[in-house]
Design a protein around this ligand. Structure first.
Ligand code: PEP
Ligand code: MN
Length: 337
């Protein structure tokens, strides 16, 4: 439930309400907006029976939050969150572009890509060091060696760097080298991994599961935030449908739905959503138009030589063109790119 304070409620009145809630063994999450203060309550609210909280000084009303996700819920935190990561922040006002290869294949491949995406205007370098491949015989990633190249690329370019983590062991290694952890579609409901990512305190990009509903996705984010890590960004990367012309189907509607249900930023990944290079640009534009806070785009120095996801990867030149084409779209929605 949330306790909505009156617009003129004093700090003392807010402190009295939070003190009362905490004295019953419940958790309080305070959201102080420009207009109104909301006291979010997590726990068994029946413990508040008889406490007459609704008639406490400064209380406007009490609203029940029926969704099982609370801390990521917009009702708990009506203002959109901005998530600080590395030397930038993700959220309202910006289009954050994360670009790079599907997998880190070599030092040269990564450094060359980092320089190219930096020049084109990306603020993050992406690249997998632990690859969750469909086949166990496919390239599985360079693991810690790849993470070291990521750090080197960050030092060389000033880009923020993000890598997928697939296990608690990978988190332990990645936190030494990267600015942001990525939890991939296949692990969206790996609850132990979500808890570990929450405990790491490092910002997390949480991709939507291949067949996950939006509420399941938000509950996955709740696992991370409930461990004390509020720095979460969501990523819509396409869902499984009956359509076979594209690898997945980009659920554009997820962007405004997330906006309505959660305060967390949401970005889109048209590369994994389509699996087809030619469709990346139109869907990147559609995502920006729909209100996305950013994009994740796969870029490779030689897509036809890529060890994974070559068909959806852009060349450096194509990525540069995409960035130039996106700028007016970003401007139209009042964001900088
Ligand atoms: C990736 O970003 O490289 C990846 C594997 O994506 P997803 O988890 O969305 O399939
Ligand atoms: Mn990929």
């Amino acid at each position: 439930m949330i306790i909505i304070m009156k617009p003129n409620a004093s700090d003392e009145a807010v402190a009295k309400v939070t003190g009362l809630v905490e004295s019953k063994g419940l958790q309080v999450h305070l959201s102080k907006g420009a207009e109104v203060t909301i006291v979010g309550v997590v726990g068994d609210k029946s413990k508040l029976h008889g406490s007459n909280i609704e008639i406490s000084e400064g209380v406007d009303k009490i609203v029940n939050v029926t969704e099982s996700y609370k801390l990521v819920n917009k009702k708990f935190h009506p203002e959109d969150s901005t998530i600080p990561v590395g030397n930038t922040s993700i959220g309202p006002g910006n289009i954050t572009v994360m670009a790079g290869p599907c997998a880190i294949e070599s030092r040269e491949q990564l450094l060359e890509t980092a320089a190219a995406v930096r020049k084109a205007g990306a603020s993050f370098l992406r690249g997998g060091a632990y690859k969750p491949r469909t086949s166990p015989y496919s390239f599985q990633g360079l693991e810690e060696e790849g993470l070291k190249y990521m750090k080197e690329a960050r030092e060389a370019t000033g880009l923020n760097v993000i890598c997928e983590v697939t296990s608690a062991h990978a988190i332990e290694a990645a936190v030494k080298y990267v600015d942001m952890l990525q939890i991939g579609a296949r692990n969206m409901q790996n609850f132990e991994l979500l808890k570990e990512a929450g405990k790491s305190g490092v910002p997390v990009l949480l991709k939507r599961g291949l067949s996950a509903t939006i509420d399941e996705w938000l509950n996955a984010a709740e696992y991370i935030i409930s461990e004390g890590n509020p720095n979460i960004v969501l990523c819509e990367r396409g869902i499984r449908t009956y359509e076979t012309s594209t690898r997945n189907t980009l659920d554009i509607s997820a962007i405004p739905v997330i906006r309505a249900k959660s305060h967390l930023p949401v970005i889109a990944d048209p590369s994994h959503a389509t699996g087809v290079r030619a469709y990346v640009e139109p869907l990147a534009k559609a995502a920006v138009a729909a209100g996305a806070d950013g994009l994740m785009i796969e870029v490779h120095p030689c897509p036809s030589c890529a060890l994974s996801d070559g068909p959806q990867s852009l060349t450096f030149e194509q990525f540069d063109t995409l960035m130039n084409d996106l700028r007016p779209f970003a401007q139209l929605v009042g964001r900088s790119l």
